[in-house]
Design a protein around this ligand. Structure first.
Ligand code: OTU
Length: 641
């Protein structure tokens, strides 16, 4: 047995009993390198890493001892089946507990609704106690040890997790790693000058250092929260990447890492299956850089992953890193050599490419950008999404744009205009978010249905346009359901809900139009979901159909490979899924107002023998004279044998 395990063996046997101790120590032996190496990288030379590792392993042992038996059984199943989250049966749903169902117990009362959609992964938006008043959608946490009292209690969270597990649904919640609310106990103690706390944050006596950092820092919320530092009277200049009430933590201080590990372990022991690591790229600051994606930020996440795995091997980590493709895949562990990091990460590249193709009716940029990226490491998975609670930022690199014959800046500007009602003839009904006058950068808010044209079609009373809009929405989700990641349905999209017309009624929200696409669940609309003539019924049937089809397709499980196949038709995106255990799968998606066709030779190129139609917009597939015909705004899925 190696170093770390030898040191803790006797205590592990005492705390866990013989059987559990064996498992814990076996994990520790396996993870020793994954714990020590990142700690050395971040803290070597600053602190005694051997002692730090021993302390952190001791914390993990403590959590392992406190882990409830039901969760240990789940751990055991997931250690036998580490690909549990990669299965094609995984289908996600994302909502706010209060907006969806009032409270945590309320969510528990709507599980049948989720089951109708085939949901097996539920992401509840931030639910830990936020600061009072404005709280950035509760991403400003005052107490990581308590549930927001408006939503319920920790006991309610445990109960909900248990009922979800009974139905085979995994629970994902947010853990805000990069910052706490200014009202958090650590921040209050730091402000009061209590020893040991000031160093948990990044606080400067004057503007000298902040100015040096600002020279290369972007602004996340240029309108609502300009700059990256906030002057707090009697305290100094506090690093606040996001809002002035969100204080960035100082991960150069190992006490911060230790405190956050404790937060994560405690949540895992409540029954949470997946932790969404908010703002992961921002954890490490380095002068002269944009202070995102620094190598130390990755090492910190790697250490957290190894240490949580030690105590709660059934827990998965999901990176929220909305960054360029080269940086993004690293959060799944794809470095020069594989280093286990997060199990899941948001595929924002796919999301942006879908909206780009929808606006231009041209898939060449998507083919190029998605075709050249490094695949996710085999043990990890993307989460594939169309919309989330945030704005859409146009992460289109100049190089990718140029390769598709576009000017990057002009294309990004076009997308902003197209989705914010400024482009003549656009079907989309969104708004500009975060316009930065200095750089010209701008992002987009709006619900998926509004951006796909459902709102404008309804306003015009145009049935053909409505059909086109609903087909756009279904087609985008069809890609999310078949690209190889876990698809996430953003609450409301299954009913084609539009923007919230009253989004700015709450004074705490009025400055932030991301609230327009965070509407309260409309249960009256949901009640129409079985009516095939209603908008809701059409959208819901489409979404449930995608879920049913996906579950049966082994090729769609993560861990395989997605390969873009050029079609020769600039409006048709084609890709095949290759998985060592399954027959090939081919998806065709038509991004055009008119019918399109592709040469049926693509079936051979996709390695399909005896291809069969498995799912499509129209429920059928037409082959004429060696060509596959696709209706406007439609998709088709085929599988070989
Ligand atoms: C995240 O987003 C959350 O999703 C937002 O809702 C929060 O406001 C924010 O963190 C602060 O907690 O920049 O525009 O690369 O893109 O962390 C949203 C990650 C954001 C960032 C992301 C951030």
């Amino acid at each position: 047995m190696a170093g770390l395990a030898v040191a803790i063996e006797a205590e592990a046997r005492r705390r866990l009993g013989a059987d559990e101790a064996d498992a814990f120590l076996a994990r520790l032996e396996q993870l020793t390198f994954d714990i020590l190496e990142p700690l050395e990288h971040v803290y070597g030379g600053r602190t005694d890493c051997g002692q730090l590792a021993a302390d952190l392993v001791g914390d993990a042992l403590e959590a392992a001892a406190a882990r409830p038996p039901a969760l240990r059984r789940l751990d055991r199943r997931r250690e036998i089946d580490p690909a549990w989250f990669q299965r094609s049966r995984m289908i996600g749903y994302v909502c706010y507990a209060d907006r969806f169902a009032g409270s945590l117990p309320g969510v528990g009362g709507h599980l049948d609704y989720l089951a109708e959609l085939g949901v097996s992964y539920l992401h509840l938006m931030p639910l830990l106690r936020p600061r009072p008043g404005e709280s950035d959608g509760d991403y400003a946490v005052e107490d990581y040890g308590a549930v927001d009292p408006r939503l319920g209690t920790m006991a309610d969270l445990e109960d909900l997790a248990a009922s979800l597990h009974e139905r085979g649904i995994a629970l994902c919640i947010d853990v805000v790693l990069n910052h706490t609310a200014a009202e958090h106990e650590w921040a209050r103690k730091a402000a009061a000058g209590e020893p040991g706390y000031r160093d948990m944050y990044l606080i400067f006596g004057d503007r000298a250092e902040p100015d040096r950092y600002e020279a290369s820092l972007p602004e996340v919320f240029p309108g609502a929260a300009p700059g990256n530092f906030t002057q707090v009277p009697g305290v100094g200049w506090v690093w606040t990447t996001f809002h002035d009430y969100q204080w960035d933590l100082n991960y150069a201080n190992p006490a911060v890492l230790r405190a956050m590990l404790a937060v994560m372990l405690a949540l895992a022991n409540r029954g949470v299956d997946v932790l969404r690591l908010d703002a992961a790229p921002f954890l490490w600051k380095r002068q002269g850089t944009d202070c995102q994606n620094q190598p130390e930020a990755h090492s910190i996440v790697q250490a957290l992953r190894a240490l949580t795995r030690l105590a709660a091997p059934g827990l998965a980590l999901k990176a929220e890193a909305i960054v360029g493709p080269e940086q993004l895949v690293q959060y799944l562990g794809a470095h020069d050599r594989y280093r286990p990091e997060c199990d899941l990460a948001y595929d924002n590249q796919l999301m942006v490419m879908l909206w780009s193709a929808l606006a231009t009716r041209d898939v060449r940029l998507a083919e190029h950008a998605l075709g050249r990226r490094r695949p996710a490491p085999a043990p990890a998975a993307w989460v594939s999404y169309v919309r989330c609670h945030d704005d859409i930022g146009w992460a289109v690199s100049d190089a990718d744009a140029a390769a598709a014959g576009l000017d990057g800046a002009a294309h990004r500007r076009f997308l902003t205009e197209f989705y914010s009602r400024r482009f003549p003839g656009s079907f989309a009904r969104g708004e500009v978010f975060g316009h930065n006058r200095a750089t010209g950068d701008a992002r987009i808010s709006g619900s998926a249905a509004a951006l796909c044209g459902v709102e404008s079609a309804l306003a015009a009373g145009d049935q053909d346009q409505l059909t086109a809009a609903l087909r756009r929405l279904e087609s985008l989700y069809a890609v999310a359901f078949s690209f190889g990641g876990i698809p996430l349905i953003y609450s409301g999209d299954e009913l084609a809900l539009g923007n919230d017309p009253r989004w700015d009624a709450d004074p705490g929200h009025a400055h932030d139009n991301r609230w327009m696409h965070r509407p309260p669940m409309n249960w009256a609309a949901a009640a129409r979901r079985a009516d095939p003539g209603s908008v809701e019924g059409r959208a819901f049937a489409a979404m449930a159909g995608l879920a049913r089809a996906r579950r049966e397709l082994l090729a769609l499980r993560s861990g395989g490979h997605t390969q873009i196949l050029p079609t020769g038709n600039r409006s048709v995106l084609a890709y095949r899924r290759v998985h060592p255990r399954s027959a090939p799968f081919l998806a065709l998606t038509c991004f055009s107002d008119t019918g399109q066709s592709v040469d049926a030779g693509i079936l051979d190129r996709a390695g399909m023998h005896e291809p069969r139609h498995v799912h499509s917009t129209a429920g059928q597939l037409t082959l004429t004279a060696g060509r596959i015909e696709l209706e406007p705004w439609s998709f088709a899925w085929l599988a070989g044998r």
